[in-house]
Every structure is written in C-alpha cells, then in structure tokens.
Design a protein around this ligand. Sequence first.
Ligand SMILES: Nc1nc(=O)c2c([nH]1)NC[C@@H]1CN(c3ccc(C(=O)N[C@@H](CCC(=O)O)C(=O)O)cc3)CN21
Ligand SMILES: CC(C)C(=O)C(=O)O
Ligand SMILES: [Mg+2]
Length: 264
Amino acid sequence: MAGMTISKLIQKKAAGEKITSLTAYDATFAKLFAQCGIDFMLVGDSLGNVVQGQTSTLPVTVEQIVYHTEAVRRGAPDAFVIADMPFMTCATPEQACLEAAKLMRAGANMVKLEGGEWLVDTIRMLVERSVPVCAHLGLMPQSVNVLGGYKVQGREQAMAENTVRQALAVQQAGAQMLVLECVPTELGELISSKLSIPVIGIGAGAKTDGQILVMHDMFGLNSDYIPKFVKNFLAETSDLTAAVQLYIQQVKDGSFPGPEHSFE
Ligand SMILES: Nc1nc(=O)c2c([nH]1)NC[C@@H]1CN(c3ccc(C(=O)N[C@@H](CCC(=O)O)C(=O)O)cc3)CN21
Ligand SMILES: CC(C)C(=O)C(=O)O
Ligand SMILES: [Mg+2]
C-alpha cells in the first residue's frame, strides 16, 4: 500500500480496523501483495523453511534476509516492510544494532525480534538509534529446540500472565508492533486490549488487531504438516490475486481466522 507508515498502522488499531499482512520473499510477490493493498509485508526467517527447504528457521543468516529484503523492496517501493532478525543476531544489544543496520540498509522499515523481557535493553538501544522494532511473543520458532516442538503457548494461567507481562515490557521499551504466534484466542484478545501498539496474530485467534500468514501457506503450497491456523485461500478462488484479495477481505471482516483456525 502506498506510503504505509507505523503511525497509520497504530491509527488503524485505534480505529478498530483490522491490519492485513503476509510474508514476502521476492519482488514479484511483493508487487502483487502491494497491488492488492496489503498493509505490510514481513521478510520472515520462515524463508528457511519455505524457500530453502530447511526443517527450522535456525540456519537462516542476516545476509540471506538482506538479499530477500532488497528483492521485496524493489518489487514494492512504497510498502511497509519488516525484516526478521535471524537466530542469534540479538545475543547482545550491540550486535543487534550492527545486524539491524544491515536490514535497514537493505530497505526494511522495521525489524522484528523474537523475545520479551530479556530483550528490553536491545529494543531500547535499537529504538534510540532510529530502528523501529516489532517484537514477537507466544510461539517463538527460533526457540524450537528449547520448547521441544511447535506448540501452543500460554494455555496455563501462569504462562499466560507471563506473556502479558512480556508484551507490556516490550511496548514500554519502545516496540511499536507485536507479533503473537500460537496462543489461545482469549490470550490474543487480552494482550491486544492491554497494548496500544498493534498486535498481529498468527494462530492467535480473530481478536488481535491484525493477522499474518506465511504466503506459501495461504496459497496452499505447504505440502507437509499444515498448522491449524493455516487456510488455503487459493482453494476458493481462481488465481493468486483473487486469493490475496479474499484473504484481505476475510481478515478485514473478521471471518478469518475462524474457530477452526484458532486455539482454545
Ligand atoms: N510454512 C511455514 N509456516 C509457518 O507458519 C511457519 C514456518 N513455515 N516456519 C517457521 C514457523 C514454524 N511455525 C509453526 C509450525 C508448526 C506449528 C504447529 O504445527 N502447531 C500446532 C500446535 C498444536 C498444539 O500445540 O495444540 C498446530 O496444530 O497448529 C505452528 C507454527 C510457524 N512458522
Ligand atoms: C510467521 C511470521 C510471524 C514469521 O516470523 C516468519 O515468517 O518468519
Ligand atoms: Mg520469523
């Protein structure tokens, strides 16, 4: 979308308008998504899975995110583009600044990092140095080896309260957006209501301020195990453009995600 900014996205939340987003990894799809009016695109480290054929996001490097961010930027010059900080690029705040600079030079408008309270110093340092930050809580795929699999997070009361606390902490530290992955609908709603920054859900129910999906998933291209939150929008449409338009329409009118795509 032409001239999308973080201020406009925060205004959308305040106005109760749903925010639509997809991952993008190349110029052609970035151009298509921009033409369809998507609010923002994420150059996700999920490219490890869907582009490289890895079994996790851990092998992805910042140089690879740079390459794909440059491609997405060329395809969609006016889009709001977020780039993922890959595994172990936030080991220290100083390192995070140097790695984030590479993504911003590649054309990103904001960087996304997986984590909460333990990253508040990093978030503060990035924001002070003019790097807008999106945090990512709930299921953090870079922690798959600690979590022991891709599972719903925050079903227990204590973990839910912990996630709320982390969400408030990253907002307090200066994060201007939050991605919330694989949490019960109720927790997605609670966190969205407690935060003033947009909360973008993936498997977090229909009550978040917006939705994101991996583009391959929404085109039904993922042939392996399909997460519950995924819907194939190409199945009901005739072409890629119509599928993206249907996704945007259903996110905006609240019909996606339905209960069948959400967790209790
Ligand atoms: N193609 C693709 N789509 C994604 O959404 C995605 C990636 N790749 N790669 C990185 C991570 C991995 N993600 C995943 C992968 C699997 C589940 C999954 O199978 N979740 C179970 C939860 C079951 C439960 O705990 O109750 C599910 O049934 O959806 C969730 C997120 C999200 N990200
Ligand atoms: C699924 C989204 C939120 C992501 O982090 C990615 O695509 O890497
Ligand atoms: Mg990611």
